[in-house]
Design a protein around this ligand. Sequence first.
Ligand SMILES: [Zn+2]
Length: 330
Amino acid sequence: MSSTAGRGAWTLYLDGANAGAKTPPEDDRSHPKSAKAKRGFSVRRKRSRITTVSALRQTWTVQCLSGQLHALGIHPGDRLFVHTGLRALRLPRRDVPNLLAAYLHVLGPTGALFFPTHTYSYKGEKGSPIFDQDAPCHPLIGVWPELARIAPGVIRSLHPTHAIAGVGAGVRKILAGHEGTEAAGFGSPLGKLQQVGAKVLMAGCGFESCTLLHLAETYAQVPHLRLPQDDVIPIALARRGRRIIEIPQHEMPGCSDGFPKFEPRLRALGLIRDGALGEGHAMLCEMKTLLDAAISMLKENPLGFLCDDKCATCDAARREAVRFVNASTT
Ligand SMILES: [Zn+2]
């Protein structure tokens, strides 16, 4: 695990290399194609306009954001896993640092915050860094995790493709040993968190970002669990001193674009608490009850939560299910 001293992380994004960049970093994978997102890009490109718009918008102080988190059902002492789609929250740049401060303020000294810092460091994967404890997060998981990762006191697990970071009470114990487990498998940080009553927050994003549902796939032993993803070599690359080592990956979390299909039934079961964060929408769930419900749904219909896009990974999963059924009936 790594603990990184503060290096002006927030300033780096707000005023550094990315500020005013021609192509700003992707925020959240759930939003880049939306009309709203496209508008966001055009606003960011015009720095003078950013200043004007920001000046007119509400100031999202730590106190404001803390009030919203509290209203959602997050309390001191909670262990909270967050997925944050920063763009959808529409925080002015000046207020972005207040979000991490608000999470920590609400959770207090006995609570802890966790978030994905995935690098997808698969062999031959363009745009993915070779994993080490300081490797940057992959842009696909959004801007906020990379900003939070380098904040003071944050510790990171050492899984070479799906590292998780945390800050607060007891994070070291939760993150320990991730390099020896599957990304979202038994004994992983997510596996431990659901056992200790943690909550998961989707802030400005939907269930397509919810890594916990990959843990449900593991627990439900869906037929495509060990199926390689399309065009992804199931080997991770990580630095060990001056050497680069190859680490075979057995269970690779696949496509999650179909995961929003869980939402209507989770909602019908009363497992989702809705609220606001910044100017966006947020959903809070208890990890254990969400996981149990998802496992039950996957056992009932293992293919029901694959996506319906033209997706090679999900098509391969469907073929594997047919092969699995044929093999078990002959
Ligand atoms: Zn898919």
